[in-house]
Design a protein around this ligand. Structure first.
Ligand SMILES: Nc1nc2c(ncn2[C@@H]2O[C@H](COP(=O)(O)OP(=O)(O)OP(=O)(O)O)[C@@H](O)[C@H]2O)c(=O)[nH]1
Ligand SMILES: [Mg+2]
Length: 495
């Protein structure tokens, strides 16, 4: 991205309210507020520079193999990415578009190019400035793109206007993420959750289009206004659509509730046995599944793809002194994770909310790990998981620049650097986990007859054994256990 970074740099010392030129025929856009600012703030900038849609270098999917090119041409969408850079540095804007590129590729698209327009805020009608839409149209035509993906959540009207003008399909970031989730969902619960999120997204779009849709055949224009509840022949198509969607949503919610109760029975079972639970959460592609595999040898799918894991996987493992705890790998988070997804995945995310400890995995080799940490914390706040004790696990140490890790360690006192790939730091992480797990605190001293081997194992797996001696009368043990187990051990207490 060298050349264009320079172009960004030239403008980056200009005030941040700088606007990229919209249309030079200012008043024709109908957005007088922009035009006013535009006149004031872009003074001194090269006109061409202001008006250009900036291409972000390195944005096209690299296809090396000829057969892959042909395969993609047959099957996949050829997309053009478009972003509006409203705040932050040029680097932030590029990182955002690079992430959009990864998302698009994960969804199976071939990315042809990416452009960013600098504006104070997205255009309410067309996302990018309306003058820029024509440029984008030319780019679409010259590249032969069949889809444009906008880096944001577009209002229904923005989507429609852009499609009308660009004459190709327009998709926003939210729809793209939903699409990836739909492709990756494997379990019944995962599929139902994604479908629910998609329907919620669609339902909102329907509402937006309502005013423009023609009424169903036979409907009288005045009919819908005939009174609340006066539905019938006059209702709009949108209303029947919405009703169908609502019915489907209600059905999915019921199904998910049933699935949730199975899951929470399993969780309650673990809680009754007081098995401490550790949840692995973090940005998508940070290495959460790799970490689960490294710690437990689980063999969970690891992929250099975004949102490879949608279904939580729980594995049992033990501390060095034999106490059992569970580790659960969860769905990854992303900046501006669509709210509908958070809502739909709420029951799976309860694995995180209810955990005794959270391993917040961060990709230390990412260009902006701190932004990832913040994005993850936003989602954690949304699911009310901020009270769960947290260890920040900075992963991919083998690939990261140690200098880049220093500021994270400085900000996050409870952090550790590891590599799930090489195993570096994993023993230390295990120690940290063991230290942070809830400790059994009831001191017991018991003499267990040999036929109660079950209680001996429970003391190992649920408590911590401090001394153990085999005597003629049985096993003499001192150690710490949780209150329930202490109750079961009472008949054998020696003190
Ligand atoms: N260099 C390096 N790569 C790693 C490390 N850990 C994971 N990776 C790679 O990072 C990519 C993502 O790993 P995953 O474990 O699937 O990440 P995840 O967080 O589970 O991702 P999602 O489930 O998609 O959210 C894979 O290509 C891994 O091989 C590491 O310590 N070092
Ligand atoms: Mg994963």
């Amino acid at each position: 991205m060298t050349t264009h970074s320079q172009a960004f740099d030239e403008t980056s010392d200009v005030e941040t309210d700088l606007l990229e030129g919209d249309d030079s025929g200012a008043s024709s856009t109908g957005h007088d507020d922009y035009d006013y600012d535009y006149e004031l703030s872009t003074e001194g900038l090269d006109l061409e520079e202001r008006q250009a849609l900036r291409r972000v270098v390195g944005m096209s999917t690299e296809l090396t193999d000829i057969s892959e090119v042909e395969y993609r041409k047959l099957l996949l969408e050829r997309v053009l990415l478009v972003g509006v850079w409203t705040e932050g540095s040029a680097e932030d804007a590029e990182n955002s578009l690079t992430e959009l590129k990864l998302l698009a590729e994960t969804a199976g698209s071939e990315v042809l190019d990416g452009v960013i327009q600098r504006r104070k805020k997205p255009d309410p009608a067309t996302f990018i400035g309306s003058g820029k839409v024509a440029d984008l149209r030319n780019l679409v035509a010259s590249l032969g793109a069949d889809t444009v993906i906008a880096d944001g959540e577009l209002a229904p009207a923005q989507l429609r206007n852009l499609e009308d003008k660009l004459k190709v399909k327009v998709v926003d970031r939210t729809a793209l993420i939903l699409d990836i989730f739909a492709q990756h969902a494997k379990s019944k619960e995962g599929k139902a959750q994604v479908e629910l999120a998609q329907l919620q997204y669609m339902k909102q779009r329907l509402r937006g289009w309502g005013g423009n849709l023609s009424r169903q055949a036979g409907g009288r224009v005045g009919a819908a206004g005939g009174g609340i509840g006066g539905r019938g022949p006059g209702e709009t198509k949108i209303e029947t659509d919405r009703r169908r969607i609502n019915t489907k949503i209600a059905k999915l919610r019921r199904q998910l509730k049933d699935m949730k109760s199975t899951r929470s029975t399993m969780r309650q079972e673990r809680r009754r046995n007081l098995v401490p639970s550790v949840a692995i959460a973090g940005y998508t592609n940070a290495g959460k599944s790799s970490l689960l595999n490294q710690i437990t040898g689980a063999g969970v799918l690891v992929e250099d793809a975004l949102f490879a894991t949608l279904d939580p996987t729980t594995r049992r493992t033990t501390t060095s002194d034999g106490r059992v705890f569970t580790l659960t790998d969860t769905v990854g988070f992303v900046r501006h994770l669509p709210h509908d997804i958070v809502e739909a995945f709420r029951s799976t995310l309860e694995e995180v909310t209810d955990a005794d400890l959270l391993l917040h995995v961060v990709d230390g080799s990412h260009p902006d790990p701190i932004a990832q940490i913040q994005a993850v914390r936003e989602v954690l706040a949304e699911i009310e998981a901020t009270d769960v004790p947290e260890i920040v696990v900075i992963n991919k140490a083998d690939a990261a620049d140690p200098l880049a890790l220093a500021p994270i360690l400085h900000r996050e006192p409870n952090a550790i650097v590891v590599s799930a790939r090489t195993g570096e730091g994993i023993d230390k992480l295990r120690e940290l986990i063991e230290g942070a797990l809830p400790q059994p605190h009831v001191m017991v001293e018991v003499l267990l007859p040999y036929e109660r081997g079950d209680l001996v194992s429970r003391m190992h797996s649920e408590g911590s054994v401090e001394q153990l001696e085999h005597t003629a009368d049985g096993t003499h043990i001192t150690g710490r256990v949780h209150p329930a187990l202490a109750g079961d051990l009472t008949p054998y207490a020696t003190v």
